[in-house]
Design a protein around this ligand. Structure first.
Ligand code: PLP
Length: 504
């Protein structure tokens, strides 16, 4: 016994764990309160944190009091140097919600120490994930062909939408190849406004040699609303087919990152059918990373018209739907092709459950072998809020965005650059790009709000736009009004400083 204990490191006893974990929970609860009045952006300069961390890892176990010092450093070094994504004034990128039930799910997931690469390695994690993807598929109006109870469908949780896109691309290429395509002559398509993860997936999958190589990763022009131009897609596909290439995957983006434009899914389905690309095995992936949250509201489902002809869809509840990062839901209606494209089975992974063919081994559904018990946090969010709670959250974000848009439209120094499709408002000062850029800088420097920008392709040329992205769980109407008051207060100063800079 002595020998055994002597060879063990300084494991935490369950009692010690209870004590220190309670302090962590107290800290998180205090942060949840505090974040409601914190400016979103820290004042950190590059190197501020790095320079305070010792170069060498600590060799000896922490001495008595170590945990108190750890918590002090979290307060003094970590908290002041974080972007506060949960601040009510966080309007950058897309929201990245964090909520009590999801945090508890994360804690349980870590505490239960599961690794769900195979059904056998965690039946509970595996089957909860499978069941919840079916629940969510139904809740979002997906056809039965995407559910695991169907002959060839089902869903899993990927870490990110980027992984989902890569997975769909590899599955599509495999299916097209099985139907006779030359592996090296397969092509993939998305609009110029699609997320950069599409080009990245092309790089990883070996379809492009660098980010500018569009010989097989085709970026299709967009129309005035930033939606994929269907005529341009059709021409590109026909031209590729005529040149002996085979379209293997099209990615339709519902809610582009820049402006939340919504590609015409039903129109893309028609193009794939009319050109013969669908028959040749071309995989239709739907990237609804952000906008998928809307689908929990029945009145928001027009955008998935045609979904029964798609092969996969993903969306991130970790953006706007109250589940902590990371959680990307990915469904396919062709799980056989998906699994065929990625399954590699060494002897050490073989087991009886897999051999029965009755279980889903999620290691074959994406890039990693090992898998976290991510479904717990989704489950707790669903149990706590219910679908009606999710709907309320999404609808509140939409109302706030509508309010913000109306405030902008009522001020004739401003313009809304793209029609608003959901909870993102893309705005600019009529005085021009430089004034708009300066306005964003003024707001971000002053706080509490944090804003990010994009470039919007307009007929008159690209325009610099401030993206006001709404959806943090703490944001209320007063924060929306406060943001607009601040922008409006700074507008003249931004215009004046832009024109004096130009005059110099
Ligand atoms: C439309 C779209 N697709 C994909 C992504 C990438 O998301 P992830 O971080 O989950 O890879 C984003 C991120 O904002 C996005 O907006």
């Amino acid at each position: 016994m002595m020998g055994d204990q002597g060879n063990q490191p300084n494991h935490m006893s369950p009692d010690e764990f209870r004590r220190e974990a309670s302090r962590a929970i107290d800290l998180v609860a205090a942060y949840m309160k505090q974040v409601q009045s914190l400016p979103a952006k820290p004042e950190t300069k590059p190197g501020d944190v790095f320079s305070k961390i010792p170069a060498e890892a600590q060799l000896e176990p922490g001495e008595p009091g170590e945990w108190s010092r750890v918590f002090e450093e979290i307060e003094s070094l970590i908290l002041p140097n974080m972007m506060h994504w949960q601040s009510p004034s966080f309007f950058g990128y897309f929201p990245c919600n964090s909520t009590g039930p999801a945090i508890i799910g994360e804690l349980l997931s870590a505490g239960l120490g599961q690794q769900g690469m195979l059904w056998q390695t965690s039946p509970a994690s595996n089957e909860l994930e499978r069941a919840l993807l079916d629940q969510m598929g139904r809740a979002m109006g997906l056809p039965e062909s995407f559910l695991s109870i169907s002959d060839n469908g089902g869903g899993c949780i990927q870490s990110t939408a980027s992984e989902a896109t890569l997975t769909a691309m590899v599955a599509g290429r495999r299916r097209a190849t099985e139907r006779g395509a030359d592996f090296h002559k397969t092509t993939v398509y998305a609009s110029t406004q699609t997320h950069s993860s599409f080009v990245k997936a092309g790089l990883i999958a070996g379809l492009a040699s660098n980010a500018e190589d569009t010989s097989r990763v085709r970026l299709i022009a967009v129309n005035a609303q930033c939606e994929m131009d269907l005529g341009a897609l059709e021409r590109a596909i026909r031209e590729d087919l005529a040149n002996g290439l085979t379209p293997a995957m099209v990615c339709a983006t519902l809610g582009t990152t820049g402006t939340t434009a919504i590609d015409d899914l039903a129109g893309i389905v028609e193009v794939l059918r009319d050109t013969g690309a669908a028959d040749a095995g071309c995989w239709l992936h739907v990237d609804a990373a952000h906008a998928g949250a809307l689908l929990v509201c029945p009145e928001q489902r027009a955008m998935i018209e045609g979904i029964e002809h798609a092969d996969s869809l993903c969306f991130n509840p970790h953006k706007w739907l109250l589940v902590n990062f990371d959680c990307d839901l990915f469904w396919t209606s062709d799980r056989r092709s998906l699994v065929n494209s990625m399954s590699v089975t060494p002897e050490y992974l073989r087991n009886r459950a897999t051999d029965t063919g009755e279980v889903f081994d999620y290691r074959d559904w994406g890039v990693p072998l090992g898998r976290k018990f991510r479904s717990l946090k989704l489950w707790l969010v669903l149990r706590h809020y219910g679908l009606s709670g999710l709907q309320t959250h999404v609808r509140a974000g939409l109302e706030q965005a509508e309010l913000f848009e109306s405030l902008v439209l009522a001020d004739d120094r401003f313009e809304v650059l793209m029609p608003r499709t959901m909870n993102l408002v893309c705005i600019a000062l009529k005085a021009g790009d430089e004034a708009t850029r300066r306005l964003m800088e003024l707001v971000n420097n002053q706080g509490p709000a944090f804003l990010t920008h994009t470039s919007v392709p307009m007929q008159s040329g690209d325009r610099y736009a401030i993206r006001v992205s709404i959806g943090a769980t703490t944001t209320r109407t007063e924060h929306i009004r406060q943001l607009f008051d601040q922008m409006s207060g700074f507008a003249d100063e931004a215009v004046a400083s832009a024109s004096s800079a130009q005059a110099e």
